[in-house]
Design a protein around this ligand. Structure first.
Ligand code: PHE
Length: 459
């Protein structure tokens, strides 16, 4: 049977907030089973894609394509986008006074594994590639997991100062700060020796001892050898320090522009496969250090692969929901998807600098139900079972009335060896009170769908 899935919504013309340190540092591969037999073909934004054992996008997830919340008039994410873009327009101008940065905010979120990972030197066994972390269309294509996925295509096209803004897709737990679709802005700035050392001619971008070409893929260093926080072997210390200084100056400028001049911040060294050295910027907010963005000096191999040999660059990525939640005091990430006029009417892009604080529409009560089941006898709770598969099923069946899901218990029967898991699902509607009967009904549907999809046995 040939099953075709159509996705509603507008077409695209052409994926840190969530850039958590652990995501990029961890590096052990886990091989998993596919959740259920996939459709042979998928149609996404007018293109048809073959499906295979990697396919794990759900109709629910595909329904977000084209929503373009970051471009929707008066939407808080659009307001944050405009603040970031305007800041970059002002921070960098050419001799004629025009903005140096160009902005790409409608790029197709369907990207290749090469764009999302290989081009960015992400090791082939890196955890971020797992099926349990990404939404794959098939083995070769996925919904971008970060907007960094577009770096190489844009640099190869000749661009040297650009911003990419768009939604990104990651399989994740469900709570008030995690949602499978969120938005990021990424930037790249490349400079040549003449520009970087305008005031110090005679200094060099590259070490004399460095032979000049990394184009041979065998010479590309594995990421494990790229942890040195001082610099990459090819760059001179002067070049890296000047670039680091410019980047940090601009990003602290952006943070102050967004959060006000008195914000407390700190730089934390970190690791990304695509930058070296790398940092995260954290701000002090409500008695906590909150990570706002990830950045670093771009790995020179990436520039070389893109045909750029005589420049050094910096790149950064930032999660828009996280910024918006802080700036507008929005307590729950699901609100960004609300069409309730009570929510949307609170924000206006007329005055980008006068951001109102969000006023809760009202507080509806939560309903909490547990669901326990035995896994099939050949599935082990710690090896073959991925909670993210269950989270997706819950999202598909129950949609946004699910506020949180947590794995509250796992148990392995000493005699039968069978594993059992217990999930706690918290239901809450954003706009009205849910009745217990209504919740029970949906809970039952989730239980039935779990039996069908995962061959589990309800306890
Ligand atoms: N892509 C990274 C993330 O999503 C953020 C990042 C972009 C870090 C560019 C460094 C440079 O976590």
């Amino acid at each position: 049977m040939l099953l075709t899935l159509r996705v509603q919504g507008t077409r695209y013309s052409l994926r840190t907030g969530n850039c958590s340190r652990s995501r990029w540092l961890a590096s052990n591969a886990v091989v998993e089973k596919s959740p259920s037999p996939a459709q042979p073909q998928l149609e996404v934004n007018g293109s048809t894609y073959a499906t295979d054992s990697w396919t794990n996008v759900t109709p629910k997830i595909l329904s977000y394509l084209g929503a373009n919340k970051h471009l929707q008039k008066d939407h808080p994410l659009s307001i944050i986008r405009q603040r970031i873009v305007n800041y970059f327009y002002g921070a960098y101008r050419n001799q004629r006074g025009n903005p140096l940065f160009s902005v790409y905010d409608k790029l197709n979120p369907v990207v290749t594994v090469q764009q999302n990972f290989d081009n960015l030197l992400i090791p082939s066994d890196h955890v971020s590639r797992q099926k349990s972390d990404c939404y794959y269309i098939n083995k070769h294509q996925l919904l971008r997991a970060h907007t960094t996925a577009h770096q190489v295509e844009l640099i190869s096209g000749g661009l040297d100062n650009f911003l990419v803004v768009g939604e990104v897709y990651r399989r994740d737990e469900i709570d008030s700060t995690h949602y499978p679709v969120f938005h990021q802005a990424d930037a790249v700035r490349l400079v040549t020796k003449d520009k970087l050392f305008e005031r110090n001619p005679g200094l060099e971008l590259f070490e004399e001892t460095w032979t000049g070409s990394l184009a041979d893929p065998k010479l590309i260093l594995p990421s494990s050898k790229c942890m040195d926080q001082t610099k990459q072997p090819c760059h001179t210390l002067e070049a890296v320090k000047l670039m680091e200084h410019e980047m940090k100056h601009v990003l602290v400028g952006l943070t102050k522009e967004l959060f006000g001049p008195r914000i407390k911040y700190r730089w934390v060294e970190t690791y990304f496969p695509f930058t070296q050295p790398s940092w995260e910027l954290e701000i002090y907010f409500k008695n906590n250090w909150l990570e706002v963005l990830g950045c670093g000096i771009m790995r020179h191999e990436i520039l070389q692969q893109s045909g750029v040999h005589q420049s050094i660059g910096y790149a950064f990525g930032v999660g828009l929901e996280r910024l918006a939640m802080v700036l507008f005091d929005i307590p729950d990430i699901r609100l960004f998807w609300s069409n309730d006029s009570g929510f949307l009417s609170q924000f206006s892009e007329k005055d980008l600098h006068n951001l109102p604080k969000y006023k809760p529409i009202s507080h509806y009560p939560q309903c909490t139900n547990d669901l326990s089941f035995w896994l099939p006898s050949d599935v082990d709770v710690d090896a073959g079972f991925s909670p993210n598969d269950f989270y997706d099923l819950v999202r598909t069946v129950a949609g946004d009335i699910v506020e949180q899901i947590s794995l509250v218990d796992k148990f392995k029967h000493p005699k039968t060896g069978k594993s059992s898991v217990c999930f706690r699902i918290v239901y809450r509607h954003m706009e009205r009170t849910l009745t217990q009967a209504e919740v029970n009904d949906i809970h039952k549907q989730i239980a039935n769908a779990s039996v069908d999809s995962f061959n589990v046995q309800i306890r």
